[in-house]
Design a binder for this molecule. Structure first.
Ligand code: PEP
Length: 253
């Protein structure tokens, strides 16, 4: 079956950029995009810069994304941001379950599940991150770990269409380390994720985009995205400069 999946290249700026820097980078990315672009492009600035970046992206095809959301709608949750607040700020996507959230903020597969449900409820599209640690890979537990993250993370989700969900396979050992999974290593896991999605989401599995993340650069992006089940990239370090981020977008065709 011919897939209709459109590449998605998403920038995760993490805890970087003042307002002025964020505006400048968003402007540079917007100006650098060529007409008739095949890939969809999204920027995830820190919460403080969402409004400023939304202004820079107005009347363009570029999408705005949050880096996290809490599962409650509102209330006494100091420091938290709700899915509705992100929607209100102009977001289309929100990253959920990034390995840094799991590592530094105590997130688990269970909290990821709660967040995914809350995000879907307001009509935002989650970019749900999964991936194994170095220790799990070395012990041969990669597929078991990723399978568990999918099963618990996507539990009781009801029926979904392919546009409602994006997954990002991000081997933890490849994030910010300069170590990239080889295209074959990544494709093996992406194909496994797609096969599990077929069981969980049935026909929608063919339309769900599965991004690769972990030290993606303009040099390795094209070979990674040439793999059958790699539908784009979630980019950290290389998204902080317009030249390298635009290089990755160009690699998507
Ligand atoms: C990420 O944070 O999602 C990521 C993949 O980071 P980097 O590109 O820096 O490895």
């Amino acid at each position: 079956m011919m897939s209709t999946r459109r590449y998605l290249i998403a920038a995760n700026w993490k805890m970087h950029k003042t307002l002025e820097e964020a505006r400048a980078l968003a402007r540079e990315v917007r100006r650098g995009l060529t007409w008739g672009l095949k890939a969809e492009v999204a920027l995830a600035p820190p919460f403080t810069a969402l409004a400023a970046v939304a202004g820079e992206l107005a009347d363009s095809d570029l999408r705005l994304a949050g880096q996290d959301a809490f599962w409650e709608r509102q209330g006494a949750y100091t420091g938290a941001i709700s899915p509705m607040m992100l929607k209100d700020a102009g977001c289309h996507y929100v990253i959920i379950g990034h390995s840094e959230r799991r590592q530094y903020f105590g997130e688990t597969d269970h909290t990821v599940n709660r967040k995914l449900k809350a995000v879907l409820e307001v009509g935002l599209c989650p970019i749900c991150c999964i991936g194994e640690s170095l220790e799990e890979r070395e012990k041969g537990q990669t597929l078991a770990r990723v399978g568990q993250q999918l099963e618990v993370g996507l539990a009781e989700m009801g029926s979904l269409t392919g546009e409602q969900l994006v997954l990002a396979y991000e081997p933890v050992w490849a994030i910010g380390t300069g170590l990239t999974a080889t295209p074959q290593q990544a494709q093996e896991v992406h194909a496994f994720i797609r096969s599990r999605l077929r069981e969980l989401l049935h026909a929608a599995a063919e339309e769900v985009r599965i991004l690769y993340g972990g030290s993606v650069t303009p040099d390795n992006a094209a070979t990674l995205m040439a793999e059958t089940d790699i539908d784009g990239a979630l980019v950290g370090g290389a998204s902080l400069k317009s030249a390298s981020f635009l290089g990755i977008i160009t690699a998507a065709g």
